[in-house]
Ligand binder design. Structure first.
Ligand code: GDD
Ligand code: MN
Length: 365
């Protein structure tokens, strides 16, 4: 064997963190002096070429590795891929923007070595920890998210949203197939995916203020968090994507009626022309909203992809509409008078059709 065995893998998810890469490696080098570690950047093809900056260091420092994902986005899925890519027995996730306190890492590692726990979590909300300079808005949102997470996680954890933790790698590998990989809450996901409760310890740290770059925790990510909670609670009965697709479909019906009312009632346009335009608007609205939300992780981009996607979506939905009407009419014939139930079954079959085909053809790659 050459040298000492690898002890710790550090997974660093990045998106536009170029300015922080070199500083982070220098700090890890200091904090983990005497330990055998490797750092794995998992970069989602950042426009600022974070991956290139990390590779420039990796050429001279074999402890540094880079996974550059093309056409993919998502913090959780990046963390999962990074964690599965190390041969080290322990693995930590640490943000690439220097907000997490890397000096906590040796203490985390010691706890795991000792075998007293499965996961060590950096917490901002146990005594001695803190959120640094957060505004009251972010504090309130974070408190809300934390409370909500308690609904799915029946454990007394002060910071389930923490993006800073260390875990035994074999546990991650075992749980990886049942992780949902949506959004930001990878730790919560790991803890809830485990059939027998994982043992955890929380160590306090203070969340630092970001100096370079900006946060990616936007409204869509917040929405994804709610979706993830839904997934853990009801996902077994109605899959998240289908629920989102249907909710957006309902919004589309609202848009359709609004456009129709404006054109036909408001402007006195022909009914047929108004219907065609309303359908066009609602379809386009649904396409873009599904592209931005339901299929955010496989979003179509650029003219070419968007036009192709729109056309396939339109074709699929047209067939869905025919099926919808056909089935409703058939049922209405069979069970004379049950008009509402017939229509609802038609809608449901149409929705399942649209969903199944568009997920395979419009957003399937
Ligand atoms: N690969 C990849 N893909 N990395 C990403 C993505 C993505 O889609 N989105 C964000 N990142 C990286 C960022 O570059 C950064 O290194 C790290 O993930 C955290 O992202 P920030 O955008 O800085 O998140 P934050 O500081 O607002 O949120 C932190 O606190 C949350 C709880 O309050 C993170 O630690 C979260 O994990 C945590 O839930
Ligand atoms: Mn951050």
């Amino acid at each position: 064997m050459i040298g000492d065995a690898l002890e710790l893998g550090l997974v660093i998810p990045t998106f536009n963190e170029k300015a922080n890469v070199a500083t982070l490696i220098a700090r890890l080098d200091l904090a983990l002096a005497g330990r055998n570690w490797e750092a794995i950047f998992v970069d989602d093809d950042s426009p600022d070429d974070t991956a290139g900056a990390a590779r420039a260091i990796a050429r001279h420092d074999p402890r540094v590795r880079v996974i550059q994902r093309i056409g993919r986005r998502g913090l959780s899925s990046a963390c999962i891929e990074g964690m599965c890519a190390t041969a080290a027995p322990f693995v930590a996730v640490i943000d690439g923007d220097l907000q997490h306190d890397e000096t906590l890492l040796p203490a985390m590692l010691d706890r795991l070595h000792h075998g007293e726990t499965d996961v060590v979590i950096g917490s901002r909300f146990v005594a001695g920890g803190g959120t640094g300079a957060w505004d009251s808005d972010r504090v309130a949102k974070s408190a809300f998210a934390t409370r909500l997470s308690r609904a799915v996680l029946k454990a007394d954890l002060s910071d389930p949203m923490s993006g800073f933790f260390m875990i035994r790698t074999d546990i991650v590998r075992r749980l990886a197939p049942s992780l949902s990989a949506i959004g930001f809450k990878i730790l919560l996901d790991l803890l809830t995916a485990s059939p027998q409760p994982l043992r955890f310890v929380e160590l306090p740290y203070t969340f630092r203020v970001r100096v370079e770059g900006e946060s990616k925790l936007d409204h869509v990510v917040a929405l994804e968090y709610l979706i993830a909670i839904y997934d853990r609670m009801f996902g077994r009965f109605v899959p998240v994507r289908f629920a989102m697709f249907s909710a957006i479909g309902l919004l589309g019906v609202g848009i359709h009626m609004a456009v129709l009312t404006a054109l036909f009632m408001g402007l006195g346009a022909q009914f047929l022309a108004s219907e065609i335009l309303a359908t066009f608007v609602a379809l386009t609205f649904n396409f873009f909203l599904n592209n931005a939300l339901t299929y955010r992780d496989r979003r179509l981009k650029g003219w070419r992809q968007l036009v192709d996607g729109w056309v396939s979506f339109a074709v699929i939905c047209s067939v869905g509409a025919v099926a919808n009407v056909g089935i409703a009419a058939f049922l209405y014939e069979m069970r004379d008078g049950a008009w509402a139930a017939s229509a609802l079954v038609g809608v449901l079959v149409g929705a399942v059709w649209n969903y199944a085909l568009s997920s395979k053809f419009t957003w399937g790659r």
